[in-house]
Design a binder for this molecule. Structure first.
Ligand code: C2E
Ligand code: CA
Ligand code: CA
Ligand code: CA
Length: 278
């Protein structure tokens, strides 16, 4: 009997070792990467398509490995969120973008800097102190900050989310609803959360020139934004045809490969300078 128990214990110990240890190692490696500063901001310009001028940018996270590989959020973001690392990473990305953009943004108070948050950030008021910690007494003012909340994942406590958003707005921060048209929130989010800006998902932009239904949907979103006093930004704009169609529909702000991909700080600053000279 003792031999049996011994075998059983050994068996359990070995399976725990095998299932748990690699997982811990992967997590240790991830934490080390955070500490090493391997998660960095890229910047994608947002363009005023009526004037061709720069409106600002969206900050998009990248994992830059020591070997030079640059990894996109699709490959690490859900892990970072489920493990709770995203809070540290977001603080880090905000501080870094403040360091890299502070000088330029202090000279250009009209420019916006848009930060992506995830659903968990709207379950804890700590995000307010995180944003204050990064931007208070910095070269970037709260009036220049936009935070994006995605419609893709449900917000489990709408009342708390509303309170957090209202406190951020009281500082001067604006709040954008990301991926509009794809997710859970829809009209309820727009109404309940007090959103300032809606970002029309790429899905709609893709077929805007070729599909009448899409044009009708975007047209309705423009009208809704107008009536509610919200701004509107088109995402994932890739062709000049889409730009022209958006202008016809009354959308004046856009981002996408038609203008520029997300890029490191120095390239974004050079891009902004080039636009000024045009
Ligand atoms: P998102 O917020 O909807 O960001 C837009 C995505 O579309 C970005 O992908 C961007 O590179 C890509 N994109 C921009 N223009 C075009 C275009 O013209 N065509 C196409 N095909 N794609 C375009 P990215 O950078 O891979 O980010 C993916 C998602 O990861 C983001 O989607 C966002 O939800 C999330 N994410 C990125 N950075 C952060 C972050 O710092 N915090 C959080 N919580 N999420 C982030
Ligand atoms: Ca976004
Ligand atoms: Ca989006
Ligand atoms: Ca209309």
């Amino acid at each position: 009997f003792l031999a049996f128990v011994g075998m059983a214990v050994l068996f359990v110990a070995i399976s725990v070792w095998f299932s748990w240890r690699p997982e811990t190692e992967a997590n240790d490696e991830f934490v080390a990467a955070i500490k090493n500063g391997e998660f960095i901001p890229y910047y994608q310009p947002v363009i005023d398509i009526e004037t061709g001028k720069l409106r600002g940018c969206e900050v998009l996270m990248r994992w830059k490995r020591p070997n030079g590989d640059v990894i996109s959020p699709g490959q690490f973001m859900s892990y970072a969120e489920s493990r709770g690392h995203i809070y540290d990473m977001t603080r880090h990305i905000m501080t870094q973008s403040c360091e890299e953009m502070g000088q330029f943004y202090s000279e250009r108070p009209d420019l916006k800097l848009s930060i992506n948050l995830f659903a968990g950030h709207f379950l804890d008021r700590e995000i307010i102190s995180d944003i204050k910690g990064a931007f208070e007494n910095s070269n970037i003012s709260f009036q220049q900050i936009v935070v994006e909340v995605t419609e893709r994942h449900p917000l489990s406590d709408l009342d708390l989310a509303r309170k957090i958003i209202a406190e951020l707005q009281a500082l001067g921060v604006r709040v954008a609803l990301d991926d509009v048209g794809t997710g859970h929130g829809g009209m309820a989010y727009l109404q309940k959360l007090g959103i300032d800006i809606i970002k029309v998902d790429k899905m709609f932009i893709d077929t805007i020139g070729t599909d009448d239904n899409t044009s009708t949907i975007v047209d309705s979103l423009v009208e809704l934004a107008d009536n509610l006093g919200m701004g509107i930004i088109a995402e994932g704009v890739e062709t000049e045809e889409q730009v022209q169609r958006l202008l016809e529909l009354g959308v004046t702000a856009a981002q996408g490969y038609r203008f520029a991909p997300p890029m490191p700080a120095r390239e974004y600053l050079a891009y902004a300078e080039d636009l000024e000279e045009k």
